[in-house]
Every structure is written in C-alpha cells, then in structure tokens.
Design a protein around this ligand. Sequence first.
Ligand SMILES: Cc1cc2nc3c(=O)[nH]c(=O)nc-3n(C[C@H](O)[C@H](O)[C@H](O)COP(=O)(O)OP(=O)(O)OC[C@H]3O[C@@H](n4cnc5c(N)ncnc54)[C@H](O)[C@@H]3O)c2cc1C
Length: 361
Amino acid sequence: MKTWDAIIVGAGVVGLSLGNELSKRGMRVHLVERGEPGRESTHAAAGMLAYGDHEGHHQLDSLKLASAKIYPEFVREVEDASGMRVDFRREGTISFFAAGGAPACSFRELTSDALAALEPAVSYIAMSGGKPGRVVLTPEETIDNRALAQALLKTARHRQIDVSTGAEATSLIEQGGRAAGVRTSRTGLRAPIVVNCAGAWAGQFAPFSLPVVPRKGHALTVVTSNRSLLTHAVRGHDVYLVPRSDGRIIIGATVEDAGYDKRVDPAAIQRLHQCAANLVPEIGELRMNEAWAGLRPATADTLPVLGPWGLPGSFIATAHFRNGILLAPITARVMAQLITGEKPECSISAFSPERFAPNAA
Ligand SMILES: Cc1cc2nc3c(=O)[nH]c(=O)nc-3n(C[C@H](O)[C@H](O)[C@H](O)COP(=O)(O)OP(=O)(O)OC[C@H]3O[C@@H](n4cnc5c(N)ncnc54)[C@H](O)[C@@H]3O)c2cc1C
C-alpha cells in the first residue's frame, strides 16, 4: 500500500503552497481536493497583497508584513518551477484611510494634484466617499491569484506531489492515538501527518470541528483596451479596483454572512459596478465580462487558525479571511517549520486552534 509523509486536505492557495514547501523539505505529499484545485476562495480573490491595511492585531500585522517580505522570492520560485507568469505587479496601491488611520507600511501622502498626476482617471473626492481622511500611495503589490493557483499546481506536479481530485476527505484515520491518514469518499490514504487546509469547509472535517465559517464576497471584472486607464491598485472607501496587465480590472468586494450560498446576486454586482464608476467614471462605460461570488474562510475573531489540531500528527491552516493570497507564503513556511519540528520564524501563538477549545479562557 502506498503511503506518504503528509496528506493535505484542500488544494487552494494555502494547501498548494504548503504542499510545495513540504516537498522542498524532502517530504512525499498527497493533496486531496474534492473539486478542482484553486477553484474556491482562491479563484474568487482579487489578488491584493494588502499588508498596509491595519487589522488591529499586532501578530496578524507582523504575519502580513513577513509574508509580503518573502513574496518576491515565492513568486520567482513558482514562476521558475512552473514556467508560468503570475502577473506580480509592483506599481503600488493607492488607498483611502479615514481620519486618524495610517498604513502599516511605508507610504506617501497624495494631494489631489499628486493623485491626478499618478492616476488621472481616479476621482479624489470619490476615494473618500465624502469622509474625512487621507489618500496615500503604498508599495503594496498585486498578483493574478488564478494564475498563481495554476502555477502552484504545476509546480506541485513537477515536484511529484500526488494531487487527487473529485473525492472528498471525510474523516481522519486514527491509529495508536495519532493521526495516520484520511478517509476519502473513494479510499483511505495513509500518512503520519495530516493538514487540514479545507478553507471555509475546514470546520466540517471529522472528528474535530472548529468554528470556521464562510464569509461571502461578490466581485466582478471589466475589460479595457486602454491599458493606461489604471496602473495602481486603488482601495477607495467602499470599493477597490485591481488592474491586471491584460486589461482586466477586478472590482470588489462585498463581505456577507450568507452561509455556503455562492449564488451571484445581480443587485450586489450592480452596486459594486456603480461604486467603481463613481471612482473612475470610464468604468461605467466598460463591458462587464465576469461576475462571481466566493466564500472566504473566517472565524469570529477574524484571525487565521494555524497549528497542531486534535491528535498528534494532525494540523490545521485556514481562516485567512480577506488575506489568504497575501498570507499563503508565510503560512506555508511556518506550518512546514512546525511540522518538521523547527521553531516557526514568526510567532503564531495568537492563531492557535486551542483558542476554540471548550476550556479556553
Ligand atoms: C471576493 C473575494 C476577494 C478576495 N480578495 C483577496 C485579496 O485581494 N487578497 C487576499 O489576500 N485574499 C483575498 N481573498 C481571500 C482569499 O481568497 C482566501 O483567504 C484564500 O483564497 C483562502 O485560501 P484557502 O486555500 O484557505 O481556501 P480555498 O481556496 O477555499 O481552498 C480550500 C479548498 O479545500 C477544498 N475542500 C474543502 N473541503 C474539502 C474536503 N472535505 N476534502 C477535500 N477538499 C476539500 C475546497 O474544494 C477548496 O478547493 C478574497 C476572497 C474573496 C471571496
């Protein structure tokens, strides 16, 4: 019977990144994906690396900055290994911060003239939605998250990682009080390490339930033949715009509690499109080429869940909420360090699943 060193449940950006990181450390990995790799929340994202956006929790701010720091190397590795390009754009991000707010990274404050010089199509007034505050330019990059998922998958295959699709992991196999593999709807797979990276569904993987819930997000894309319409990512008061190098502009996003319902509500899409058109009037004239909704994995405290979970040999890495694309590289690193017995390079104590234990303070 074939066995592996680690089984990862879920081939989104988190599971794929971790699979590659473990494989780099010489481990034989099997990724179990019930649908298609990279097609859930990872597919729905806009691809901002919003490490300048304060989350109000210092360990999360540090984790975001640590991930941003290794992102260029992560991109170079995955592009080299896959031979694919992931549209890593380093033009920077223009953001509105309400009065008293400031980015968690270096920034330059922009007057309306300075904004007009950088992005002539963007309305300074609409950035703020009429609220007092400041408009700033930060170095925050963006990436084509869909291309990234495909490149990570190709890298995984290149590294001889087994990726099974179309069968769901249903429960953990336990032997001698330790994790020993997973049961899927098709078969049993054996490994002494099991990592739950099942995104918004992570809390449903038996036998250890955790309060990970879906937070729905609508988004849409318009396409322009005028590549200079928008160069930077723009985060306004109530909408953000993320240009891709091929002329698409991603417009996002709502945050909703709608359970596991991924249906697209035309009214929500219309509202986002209108907010984007307020920010950049030309966007109102552009053809919408796609609208979608996805489910961000989240917990009530909006912090990720990273660490050992349940039985020896069993781990979880999920609930990255609005920052899973940004946090994938550092998550892969710290989880691989934890799994191989090294000290994680960043403190992850605030993200421990133990905070949901019945006797936790
Ligand atoms: C509209 C929107 C915009 C966003 N924008 C950004 C952004 O700009 N920047 C950013 O950093 N983040 C953004 N995010 C958040 C980001 O998309 C997520 O945090 C991230 O994709 C989570 O990745 P994941 O791998 O944990 O989950 P997923 O991508 O959801 O992957 C989980 C995988 O597990 C599989 N699975 C589940 N259960 C099982 C099972 N039992 N057996 C086998 N497989 C299973 C699923 O099929 C899925 O493929 C956005 C999200 C949304 C919805």
